[in-house]
Ligand binder design. Sequence first.
Ligand SMILES: Cc1cc2nc3c(=O)[nH]c(=O)nc-3n(C[C@H](O)[C@H](O)[C@H](O)COP(=O)(O)O)c2cc1C
Length: 407
Amino acid sequence: MKTILIAPCILIAVLACVVVGCRMFAKRSTEATVPLAAKLEGKIAIVYFSQSKVGNTALVAKWIQKHAGGDLVPLEPAAPYPEPYGETLKAANAEHAAGTHPPLKPFPPLEGYDIVFIGAPIWYGTYAAPLATFFDGEKLAGKTVVPFCTHGGGGAGRFFDDVRKACPAAKVLDGLALRGSNQIERRLDIGVSSHHIEDDVVEWLNRIFKEQTGIKEKTAMNDGIYQFTVKGRKGEDVPLADYKGKVLLVVNTATRCGFTPQYEGLEAMYERVKGRGFELLDFPCNQFGGQAPGTEDEIHTFCVLNYKTAFPQFAKVEVNGENAAPLFKFLTANTKFEGFPQDGKIAPILEKMLGEADPDYAKKSSIKWNFTKFLIGRDGRVIKRFEPTAPLAQVEAAIENALAERN
Ligand SMILES: Cc1cc2nc3c(=O)[nH]c(=O)nc-3n(C[C@H](O)[C@H](O)[C@H](O)COP(=O)(O)O)c2cc1C
């Protein structure tokens, strides 16, 4: 009877903790990014039309330039659309009804460019009229074309299909569509940008250019995690090369999370496998709902007192975003999020919460929550990533497999 009452209480407490955590997760984590500009080969142009100099599409174009490099090529109608939105709408409506598109001011030739980003606002379900004029004169044969658009809530419509049709001899990569009016803040003029949307742009750039940058990433991957030095609990430097030849499980942890009781299972597992060339590396992280508050010492005391943890615990780190520890940038750059294993309890709640914070969260390789685990082989390379809801028995089985492999 007692068990019957306690079990639901624990479940409710765990769910509440995860829910509260998710709600507190107001600032979406930024992505682990690898600077692209340094890695892309080929000359880049960012061609775009935007209704004004501080328009949504102009802002996205500037972010692309910031992260991928290249030259901005704004397209300007010879007779500018009138500035007030209502007047632009009237003029555009008239053009649309007549099936015409406006002549453009001259812009630099694009022959010397290999990668051409092409951006426009969505007008009437496809690219804005000035882009139609652009495509009349430019076929972009043999170039890599990267389309992007902003819209007022109606989505990309026919934009991507129409871009493909307009330049049939180009290699057209997956495009990006961003909702303009209420997501992208029109603040370029005061130098403030919307970081969340900028993150989306960076994630997209990294994703579409993965193939192109793959060779360099693979080289870095060959050095595995031994290329990194992390901070120990007391702030000392710990080269991960110290763990060469061992199978490792890297975990981002938190002490006030619904998943915190996983410490118990992790410690039990650690005791079973540690003597056989295994080490568990515990990195507390306060980025998910602020669920790892306190100092390193406080966190450590909590873990030892409550869960008798004996594995190495390191200094608190950030695992996502620009300030993420290089180890975690590497881990997320070399793994994918493949969904939360369904545990019948928390996975759907996490999915809902994360989806509300960012509809594209599942496409990104960022760490989603506390107690994500990365299994590293004896050669320092990532073997597998486990989401927090993955059963520990699965993790342990994978560790056993890795231990059995001699390399
Ligand atoms: C003439 C006109 C037509 C538009 N048609 C659409 C549309 O079909 N679907 C949509 O979601 N937004 C539509 N919008 C909204 C714009 O796509 C959106 O505000 C965009 O982010 C503006 O980008 P900009 O600031 O770079 O000009 C339209 C706007 C204008 C002015």
